[in-house]
Design a protein around this ligand. Structure first.
Ligand code: MLT
Length: 245
């Protein structure tokens, strides 16, 4: 197995696909997706375009759908939800499909959606991602950070490092054999330095600071927890994620 990390969708190769690709947007899209599916949501369907989201979700029974729209960290007017995982309680999401569009997370998913296996990962469901990878043993695995509008995000690369760290710990493979690119080594080093203070890292991160300005302190606390949800979002049809059974 070879693991590769790409910091942003823009830095992700477009001329090939891995056997398995993992989209990461710790703050907050992939944390929200894991939470929705762990809370009994039927599926999460992602869109880069808000109008397209409206058009497709209109055809869905109103009592079976929820619409979430986020731009710049805030909720899009007219949508029921923004992108806070804490809003996705079992009472609200049980049996419903979440139609969601976010600034960066949905773009990361779109750039890998042709891979044969597409997963989403965050700190909160890191163990479920790693368990799947170790069971399936794909030849090539890409971990793709969402970044922020084309630039690097500290928290996504740290989460890529958290996934890689756990895989390294649980296999006997030497790092020289597992590491597919230099970014993977950098991600591991970042996670190793911050693993005991992930909330501190999220507070330093530029998008963490943006969310703090929007009074999202509790979201940062929630998203900084590791391995708290036993749930793995996996793509069925393109753009639709369901809970892996
Ligand atoms: C994104 O997709 O850019 C993020 O999830 C933004 C957010 O924190 O809502």
């Amino acid at each position: 197995m070879k693991l590769f990390v790409y910091h942003t969708p823009e830095l992700t190769p477009t001329d090939k696909m891995p056997d398995c690709a993992i989209a990461v947007d710790v703050l907050r899209a992939t944390s929200t997706m894991a939470t929705v599916l762990a809370s009994g949501g039927e599926a999460v369907q992602v869109f880069s375009d808000l109008d397209k989201l409206m058009e497709v979700s209109e055809k869905w029974p109103p009592d079976k759908r929820l619409r979430a729209g986020e731009r710049g960290g805030g909720k899009v007017p007219g949508f029921e939800l923004g992108n806070s995982p804490l809003d996705c309680t079992p009472d609200l999401v049980q049996g419903r499909r979440l139609f969601i569009s976010t600034t960066n997370g949905t773009r990361a998913l779109q750039c890998i959606q042709d891979a044969p296996i597409v997963l989403t990962g965050a700190f909160i469901n890191r163990a479920s991602v790693v368990k799947f990878i170790l069971e399936k043993q794909p030849e090539t695995v890409w971990i793709v950070g969402s970044g922020w509008e084309g630039s690097y995000s500290l928290e996504d690369t740290a989460c890529a490092g958290a996934i890689a760290h756990s895989i390294v710990q649980q296999t006997s493979l030497p790092l020289e054999q597992l590491a597919g690119n230099d970014e993977l080594i950098g991600a591991l080093a970042l996670y190793s330095q911050w693993q005991d203070n992930l909330l501190g890292l999220l507070h330093l991160a530029s998008h963490g600071q943006r969310l703090l300005r929007l009074e999202c302190h509790e979201d940062l606390k929630y998203c900084s927890q590791t391995d708290i949800l036993d749930v793995l979002p996996i793509q069925g049809e393109p753009g639709v994620l369901k809970k892996h059974k």
